[in-house]
Write a protein that binds this ligand. Sequence first.
Ligand code: RET
Length: 276
Amino acid sequence: MEVFFMGYKNPLKLTRQSGAMFALLTTALAMIGTVAAETSLLREDDTVGASFWIATAMMFAATAFFIMERGSVAPKWRTSMTVAALVTGVAWYHYTYMREAWAQTYAAGAGQSPLVLRYIDWLITVPLQVAEFYLILAAVGAATAMLFWRLFGASLIMLISGYLGEAGHAPEMPMLVIGCIAWFYIMYEVWAGDAKKGADTASEGTQFAFRAMAIILTVGWAIYPIGYFMGTGDNPNVDFLNILYNLADSVNKVAFGLMVWYAATMDTKASASAEE
Ligand SMILES: *C/C=C(C)/C=C/C=C(C)/C=C/C1=C(C)CCCC1(C)C
């Protein structure tokens, strides 16, 4: 590929790869610049604000990492890497605003949950994560279109009831219960459905991804209803709710993406050594 810059042919001697990396990094720096310019300062005593900032940085770094690593894994894992990057990318976008909303309300006297932004983010990233689950289920031969729609529907019920409860449109505890039932149903499909049988005969990498998914769904997702419980009721603890949600997002989006990447790398190495 020939690269031209202001009429000069490839002045920096860029190869295709270093060119792409250079473009990615300069775009990223420009974006960080614009985002940072409009942000109020983080106060020293604002622990929750710090957790928003840390989550924002992690989402950004993970997105860059998944995009850059995508080309190094076996082709059948590339869509999973793309979806992982979309999940952290969409979250990064929303976190830049959520941390700002938090910092402003904190500076004005009391930090407030960026409720609407949070749920808009989940409304996009949870279905994307369900798509990621679906790709793993497909790899163990347990995916049908119906299964995808059932998981998708259950995740929507979970989020809508959570939103109605947190926003005060419906009683908090019944909404928590309905949301948890939808979540239990998703866990049931993954732990007890057809998926488990197929997983035993799959490649080592796919088995790893399947186990990672089941654990994320059970342990990682459990942090959210705990946060909801702490942040609602008679003595709502808004700080605790936000720290837990920020922690949960980092685990479920970044750590899960890294596990998928690790599984992909495992499989890629295994097929490379099988070819030798
Ligand atoms: C990237 C964002 C993710 C993976 C968000 C996941 C959110 C949940 C698992 C939320 C679960 C909730 C319940 C199980 C009960 C009702 C309250 C919710 C919405 C917090």
